[in-house]
Design a protein around this ligand. Sequence first.
Ligand code: OOB
Length: 556
Amino acid sequence: MSLLTSTPQQADWTPWPADMAAHYKALGYWRGEPLWRLLADSALRHPGQTALVCGARRWSYLRLDEWARQLAGGLWQLGIQPGDHVVLQLPNVAEFLAACFALWRVGARPVMALPGHRHAEMAYFCAHTGATAAIVADTGPHGFDHVAMLGRIKAQTPSLKHVIVVQTHGGNRSERDDAISFASLAEHPPVPASHDHVDASTLALLQLSGGTTGLPKLIPRTHDDYAYSVRASADICQFSTDTVYLAVLPLAHNFPLSSPGTLGVLYAGGTVVLCQHGDPGTVFPLIAKEGVTHTAVVPPLAQAWLNAPESVRAQGRGLQWMQVGGARLSPDVAQRIVTEMGCRLQQVFGMAEGLVNYTRQDDAPETIISTQGRPISPDDELLVVDDHDVPVPNGVPGHLLARGPYTIRGYFRADEHNARAFSTDGFYRTGDVVRVLESGHIVVEGRAKDQINRGGEKIPAQEVETHLLAHPFVLDAALVAVPDQHLGERSCAVLVCPSDRPSRRALVSFLKDRGLSIYKYPDRYEFVDQLPKTNVGKIDKRALRQWLDNTPPTAP
Ligand code: OOB
């Protein structure tokens, strides 16, 4: 069996310049080890240790690695080739991690779709990557039929040959729908334990960008760069064989996957405990039962846990560290976590494109409460610039640009967008407005990108506006963020509909028919005669935000 990967194509993604790649290798950041080694090496070191807990199911390191190798054998039999893209859309179940390691074993690349993605995004991911397979759950939490959705996408997407189904609800859909059962893939001889033919400088996975433009951008991450960010993160966070990590955020997201996330735990030989619901009544008993020591949450989840009754929270006493990131954490909530949760706080400011910052365990309490940490790597290069790309002094807010050993140099198959999203010397324009302190810690001040950060879920304004503009009554549309006590921000669609105003219900049903993900539906709708414009003719979103701040919501 040949497991050689295909060579990277210049047109698909932008590799690091040769001198930088050589530098990162010389410093030991890039070790030439594919991601499946994170698990395989731990299986050699701690074979009997519990690696993964999913409900009543548990895997030792040895068993998990063996399962991944059997699945890799099944994927190989199916014809999945090195360099193939496989769209992965699963909730927080063990099969998610097993599928990742199996795909990495054959040199294929998971495309990290979120469970909330619907036809519009999923069809695009499959077509844009030329995916040969998709791995989905039988039904979603509200009975959503992922298999039927993928069936429709398969009919329109010539490259998509296989729909592989994980039975999360014990049904038997796969046989009925000409889909392949995930479980059956493991009925194959495992790929050899010792082969090492996957080239670590090639792509390992495609993450999804929160984005600002019409369609989500795909983020190409190599084995080398991703493995470095995982190992370095696990070291910073002092993960060890004693770490028991509760994965409650969607596993596909960069934060719970790699910062240090589930991969960091498996690298360190700890235990991953999977959880599909963040409500305190589910989480706290699980923390107590499994002896959870670490978890990662977004600010609204931290708030929901803080607001749980003391009798429920008391079960979480064993929790030692709570990582909070994905959206701005107010210093008040940060302080409450420290005083009321009885655990230590770590702020995490990261992005799927690469750069991740952590407050450190020995930082002063004030730094942990009021900053978003400092970069992982001594070779992370940060620039903070004004509107004309001129660097500003420390302490002055400006646009954050980043470059380094695990920050991408371009999106996947997106040349035109890359010209705007990256500087000519390869810095990624994060779209975040930050201040850097003398200590090197970053304070996130705001955002220049046209995006709504709904409690950590990123909503690209233009994508939603494009869908709204397709409605026959909508002449002009703007999606803007409005402050929200619980989520930090919610979205409001401001619409110009001169002939007739569609009802909220009609608009929701319209967006549903277009296959937009539910989390991107506007929370609020307002109607105006015309949208304010800047003097260069762009929609003046700042003026709209001010207007909305002073306008009570229209009843639906
Ligand atoms: C994480 O990744 P993404 O790709 O979903 O979102 C990145 C964006 C950042 O550019 C920033 O706008 C925002 O999310 N963000 C924060 C933040 N962490 C992320 N804004 C304020 N404070 C924070 N602590 O969200 C992500 C990836 C890896 C680790 C952690 C978060």
